[in-house]
Design a protein around this ligand. Structure first.
Ligand code: DCP
Ligand code: MG
Length: 365
């Protein structure tokens, strides 16, 4: 993958998912307007095939209204078990590309290609390979894919040319890509926000990007900052896999062995910065801090402690790291230095402060 991609994130969203599965399983339904949903008086449309969408019907519309607008549509009841089965095939196809998958629903996920991306000659080839893999795994279903360097832009991109779309937004083109889109496409902007933005005379994302950040914040509070950043294609959120990491650590095998605390301290500084950055990106905080040293003769030594409050700050991690370093006997040369946070919690979770605790027992492997 060419250099200017700081990272490669894909958003993939199956086309008319339930309806596409029904058309896959019953060839007579292919090419026809199809509504998936119940037929009771209070039923709504779960989804409509693209043939039916032309008649102005779509998800969440009362079934009665949809049938009035598109009387020739076939209506089938949902078969959730089958959709879950196909969803497993789809997610399985994604997993062949990367373990870093964040499913948002049965038919939609973010993929962080991180280190796998360079294996592909171009972002277009990568996106096409994903589409081909989904088609093969499901026996013929199409997925729309957005490729970008942030989650937000990838999500907007996957929706850009539906169905069977592939939209690649180069990082340097992201702001221009977003600019003409309506403010409703800002992630998290519901009807109320859209109304407020319109009240400020802002109807496109480009206008939000050009707006003064302070006045946006004055009108919308914290959300004003958030939307201003999104409009600049700035979205620090990481792809979060189903399984939260148990710990986040930084470690480095050194070019040459070093001896003594003074030589080790600069590495702890760098490690604390890196771990804090990664915690914040994942919206996590660590209760525990661990320092790991490997001696030149390959003994692994660790010391750990539990903080008085969970943190995502480099200064707190660094201070803990220095306190832990003081607990090692520093006579032997060291070939590896590491620092990690463990016992991670959601940064937004309410925190119950710890009772003062003695340091956790040191471990030695
Ligand atoms: N769904 C639902 N009720 C809704 C929205 C969706 O039951 N209000 C179900 C049916 C969809 C599936 O979830 O098939 C996926 O939702 P999407 O929003 O991705 O819609 P589709 O995949 O149907 O269409 P699109 O091609 O727009 O992604
Ligand atoms: Mg979909």
């Amino acid at each position: 993958m060419p250099a200017p991609w700081p990272r490669v994130i894909l958003h993939a969203d199956m086309d008319a998912f339930y309806a596409a599965v029904e058309q896959l399983d019953d060839p007579r339904l292919r090419g026809r307007p199809l509504l998936v949903g119940g037929t009771g008086p209070r039923s709504v449309v779960a989804t409509a095939s693209y043939e039916a969408r032309r008649f102005g019907v779509g998800s969440a519309m009362p079934m009665a209204t949809a049938r009035r607008r598109c009387p020739q549509a076939v209506v089938v009841p949902p078969r959730m078990e089958r959709y879950k089965e196909v969803s497993r095939q789809v997610m399985g196809a994604f997993r062949a590309f990367t373990p870093l998958i964040e499913p948002l629903s049965l038919d939609e996920a973010f993929l962080d290609l991180g280190e796998q991306a360079p294996a592909f000659p171009s972002p277009e080839a990568l996106g096409q390979a994903l589409k081909d893999a989904v088609r093969a795994a499901t026996g013929g279903l199409t997925v729309s894919v957005g490729v970008a360097s942030t989650k937000y832009v990838a999500k907007v991109a996957s929706d850009f040319r539906k169905p069977d779309g592939l939209t690649v937004v180069h990082p340097t083109a992201a702001v221009a890509f977003l600019a003409p889109l309506p403010v409703a496409r800002l992630w998290g902007a519901g009807p109320k926000t859209v109304e407020r933005l319109h009240g400020l005379g802002l109807t496109t994302i480009g206008e939000v990007a050009a707006a003064d950040r302070a006045s946006l914040a004055a009108a919308l509070g914290q959300a004003g900052h958030h939307f201003h950043r999104l409009a600049h294609a700035d979205d620090p959120r990481e792809v979060v896999t189903e399984h939260e990491p148990k710990s986040l650590s930084w470690e480095r095998t050194l070019d040459e062995d070093i001896t003594g605390a003074a030589a080790i301290r600069p590495y702890l500084r760098a490690a604390a910065d890196e771990v804090a950055e990664r915690l914040r990106r994942r919206r996590l905080r660590a209760w525990g801090v661990r320092v790991k040293l490997k001696t030149a003769d390959f003994r692994l030594l660790t010391r750990q402690l539990r903080l008085a409050a969970p943190t995502d700050e480099a200064a707190a991690l660094h201070a803990a790291g220095l306190a832990l370093l003081a607990q090692f006997e520093m006579a032997d040369p060291v070939r590896l230095v590491g620092l990690g946070g463990y016992e991670l919690i959601d940064a937004e979770a309410p925190v119950q402060l710890a009772l003062p605790l003695a340091p956790a027992p040191a471990a030695e492997e």
